[in-house]
Ligand binder design. Sequence first.
Ligand SMILES: Nc1ncnc2c1ncn2[C@@H]1O[C@H](COP(=O)(O)OP(=O)(O)OP(=O)(O)O)[C@@H](O)[C@H]1O
Length: 298
Amino acid sequence: MFLSDTSNLSSQMGENFSDLPVGVSLHGLSKIYGDKAAIENLNVSFYEGHVTSLLGHNGAGKTTTMSLLTGLFVPTSGTIEVYGRDMQEDVDAVRKDMGVCMQYDVLFDHMTTKEHLLLYGQIKAPHWSNRDLREQVRTILEETGMYAHRHKRVGTLSGGMKRKLSISIAFIGGSRLVVLDEPTTGVDPCSRRSIWDICVLSERTIIMSTHHLDEAEVLSDRIAFLERGGLKCCGSPLYLKDKLGQGYKLTLTKKAITSTQFQDGSCDVCLGMGLGHYHTVPTAIISLSCHFTFFFSF
Ligand SMILES: Nc1ncnc2c1ncn2[C@@H]1O[C@H](COP(=O)(O)OP(=O)(O)OP(=O)(O)O)[C@@H](O)[C@H]1O
């Protein structure tokens, strides 16, 4: 869907978010392992109220960026600013504002869903009254659809429910910055959608890494594409599609129709629009046919 030469879109040009509060800024961030640069001179801002997705091939530098953002690794050079605080100088204070959901669930099988949220809430916000904490745990359980499962031991929950709990833990305790590392890894399509619902509820700065283009498109206010440790392009899904999109490709496989019927126009490309409505796509052209499979571009 995207052009390969996007070097002129390597920054956040074209869209103006200056009226939004900046949650996190990366300034000239680099991380070098031995003689290999995993991240090189990364400059990008993440805004409050936005979900920003980090996308990129294997080895592009997503996990390294997430690890630097959570303070797990120290950058080789450059700085990370979280709500005006320097991550390296003030890591403890920064972490009080931060919730993290790692790629793999770290949960206690013998504890219930509610007990997890109470435990992490107490650790994150020790100054909260018992009443306030219980109130927030109840709200999160209701918003995430886990209320009915609040007394279940985590060891008995499905993978999707465990993932939801891990994400809820990242949100509890007033986290203003939430970092989600591949939040839907290993989750079935149905549970993925209910996890998406949790992420869009929030008014915080959310930074998420994912391998799924559909997930990034549905959830993100902005997408940052990483390539070989650098920022390839960054913008809203609409902006990136508008500037870089090469249209759509459709693959049809049908038994009874021959390529001649497609080519002589006796069979139109129709797209289902829902509720039984169909829309003909007159600009669709056949780009390749192979046995009974037809590839269209439009
Ligand atoms: N601990 C390490 N030591 C040496 N090189 C590393 C280390 N961690 C990552 N790298 C290298 O840094 C580069 C970026 O890796 P990173 O894991 O951040 O990419 P990624 O985008 O998260 O990949 P994936 O999608 O596969 O998780 C890769 O070339 C990787 O081999």
